[in-house]
Design a binder for this molecule. Sequence first.
Ligand code: NI
Length: 176
Amino acid sequence: MALHEILIWPNPKLLEVSKPVNEINDDTRQLLNDLLETMYANDGVGLAAPQIGIHQRVLVVDIHSPDAERPSGEEPIRMINPEFLSREGELTWDEGCLSVPGESGEVTRASKVHLRYFDENGDECEIEAEGLTAVALQHEIDHLDGKLFVDYISSMKRARIRRRMKKRIQEKEKDT
Ligand code: NI
């Protein structure tokens, strides 16, 4: 397993559309494990491959911390080539993103989603999710299409966040 650096918005790599995975193999499984490890190390609830610069339709979601006791059946979600089968209801959540550290913004999404995807073994699966898991899945699938929560907020707030992120990136470049 390996920790990866998470790209910070407005890095243009975050705006690219990711490609479907054609063959699920050890590299894909390694990518899923790396995503989970990197997500947990940064206290996130979801992470998509393009956030570490890999433009494949692969993501992970886990609303529980790795050591916490979890309800049975609620394993970390490892998802390849997800597709929406249905979306219903509305839920507004103050969302954060590991690619926009320290910031948040309200986004209204579906409250309940039904998805089809491939798991790490290449088996086709379906999942129905609601609440935070539904929000996180929609947020991560947006990343696969080059979209972030900042695309849903007012242009004024987005401009303020952009300034703070650019400053952060500059300071990081100075340090290295
Ligand atoms: Ni995000």
